[in-house]
Ligand binder design. Structure first.
Ligand code: MSP
Length: 530
């Protein structure tokens, strides 16, 4: 059994975003996944820290600033705001928003550098040494590549596996002795922390990459200036990924390891990332941390990528999906639901209008919205607008209530305990099996017929349904906070009885409580006529 203090905290991080691109669906997706987990854990009684922010250094951002005719700091001050606006538009509940240009982060980055330099590698050598980098670099990925990883396109240009163009770089550079960390890393993945990387497919890829051998990593650059200065090394700025990854500990108070925040929250429980940045988070980052005498995070999960109507999303194709446009068109909570329901989390997925409308009109408007509307309108008209007084429950009622009260355990398991967790799509499927069960129950029990034949039984059925809706709404809050707030308001559930402890039968609806007039929660999407 973990100690109580272990189970009571949860530190989740989203990647910090490069500010050169405008926010798009991919950015919204990674942080949405974090938001749902953060909200889930808070409702489940944990103390949560949820971090997101902007990654503002490096050559890519320096070039984008130059193209915009601005000094890098002025540029990042301006565009970083777009990501705060995204967080507000998506209703993210992050506790902190970090910018890598903040003084607290410069301090932390320089401190981790010094700590890495002060420790020896597992083979007893200096972790950092001065050398010269001769090799390929992709500014778009801010990553170094081996010749053998590259392909040459029909235009004769060499490209990284991501498709990014590479350029040849020769410059003095400090190196991190990553090659000495290979055995330690393999032992960490295989023995010490077998659940460090999810999903399993990514774990296998990382293990085979590390088995293939690791080169030392260039961790400073000298041909441009926009970065964190390397301590005591004029002309060198830190490799942007070393600086960027450090944000996760900056926000916990590093370099002061004695703060309440650091002691409570580090190591982080989960770094959520896209599949393109797995190597940085699962190879470089644990090695940097261990080299600095710090604990690695507990888990890194890599989700897949979205395409748009079957096509890769890119600025040049002009098919970037802007979160604000989606929210305006379909509503915020339907978008949040769709992104996590449509695609098995961890796999790639395709956004299409047809699929979005299918989920909105099917799962949300029909299955859940219609159920709530039917039950609540019926109670309003025929039950005196009060929570109905139940009589004795029969086996069908008991089964319905047991199913409703059991969802939390199923959802918690799928979000935290399976080897491919978090499995948002399966968690939502589990909730929908209760919704489907409730729709079958209402059809079978037919309260509209009971109104004439057996009003007492009608009340029991309506109570069972209202209580089922309460449980469903409580568990769905992390996914669709605004819509579920509306539903809980319509069930007159007090604000202090909306955490997961309230799923208990002891907090069930009180018969006789007045209910407000019901309103639809998920309007159907109606296509505009051409
Ligand atoms: N700045 C780095 C992360 C540093 S974390 C210490 C970075 N930024 S990014 O803005 O390029 O990407 C941020 C996240 O967005 C990544 O997790 C990436 O996988 C995700 N996505 C970008 N495009 C995407 C899609 N089309 N689909 C899904 N997510 C994708 O990388």
């Amino acid at each position: 059994m973990p100690a109580p203090s272990e189970t009571k905290r949860y530190y989740i991080t989203s990647p910090i975003y490069y500010v050169n691109d405008a926010p798009h669906i991919g950015h919204a997706y990674t942080t949405l996944a974090c938001d749902v987990l953060a909200r889930f854990m808070r409702l489940d009684g944990r103390r949560v820290k949820f971090l997101t922010g902007t990654d503002e250094h490096g050559q890519k951002v320096e070039k984008a600033a130059a193209a915009a005719g601005l000094a890098p700091k002025d540029f990042t001050d301006k565009v970083s705001q777009n990501f705060r606006d995204l967080a507000a538009a998506m209703n993210f509940s992050n506790d902190d928003f970090i910018r890598t240009t903040e003084p607290r982060h410069i301090t932390a980055s320089q401190a981790i550098w010094k700590a890495i330099a002060a420790h020896k590698s597992p083979k007893g050598r200096d972790n950092i040494y001065l050398g010269k980098y001769d090799g390929w670099y992709a500014v778009r990925d801010e990553a170094f590549y081996d010749e053998k990883e590259l392909t040459t396109g029909p235009d004769g240009k060499k490209r990284a596996p991501s498709g990014a163009e590479v350029e040849w770089v020769e410059e003095p550079s400090y190196f991190f002795r990553l090659s000495d960390w290979q055995d330690w890393l393999l032992d960490y993945y295989e023995t010490v922390k077998p659940d460090f990387i999810g999903p399993n497919t990514r774990r296998n890829e990382v293990i085979s990459f590390v088995r293939g051998g690791l080169n030392d990593l260039s961790i400073s650059r000298t041909t441009f200036k926009w970065g964190v200065p390397v301590p005591d090394a004029p002309g060198h700025v830190m490799y942007v990924w070393l600086d960027a990854l450090t944000n996760y500990i900056t926000a916990a108070g590093y370099p002061d390891e004695n703060t309440e925040d650091f002691k409570t929250f580090w190591p982080a429980d989960l770094h959520m990332v896209g599949k393109d940045i797995v190597r940085f988070h699962t190879v470089y980052w644990p090695a940097f941390l261990k080299a600095a005498g710090l604990e690695p995070p507990r888990r890194v999960f890599a989700h897949g990528w979205w395409t748009n109507e079957g096509q890769k999303i890119s600025k040049s194709l002009g098919n970037v999906i802007e979160p604000n446009a989606l929210i305006q068109k379909y509503g915020l909570d339907p978008v949040r639901y769709f992104l996590l329901r449509e695609v098995p989390f961890g796999q790639d997925g395709d956004f299409s209008h047809r699929a979005m409308v299918g989920r909105l009109n099917g799962d949300l408007a029909n299955d859940l919205g219609n159920l709530a509307q039917r039950v609540l309108s019926f109670v309003h008209k025929n039950g005196g607008a009060q929570v109905p007084p139940p009589g004795a429950f029969d086996a069908a009622d008991d089964a319905m209530l047991a199913q409703a009260r059991g969802i939390l355990d199923a959802v918690r398991h799928l979000l935290t305990a399976t080897s491919n967790a978090p499995e948002f799509h399966r968690a939502l499927e589990a909730v929908w099996s209760v919704v489907t069960g409730a729709n079958a129950y209402v059809d079978k029990q037919a309260p509209w017929t009971l109104r004439k034949t057996d009003p007492a039984r009608m009340n029991t059925v309506l109570y069972t349904l209202a209580e089922t809706l309460r449980c469903v709404a409580l568990v769905l809050q992390p996914f669709m906070p605004q819509a579920m707030e509306k539903l809980l308001d319509q069930l007159a559930v007090p604000a202090d009885a909306r955490d997961f402890a309230s799923l208990d039968a002891k907090a069930a609806l009180t018969p006789g409580t007045s209910l407000p007039a019901p309103q639809g929660i998920f309007p159907r999407f109606v296509e505009e006529k051409a």
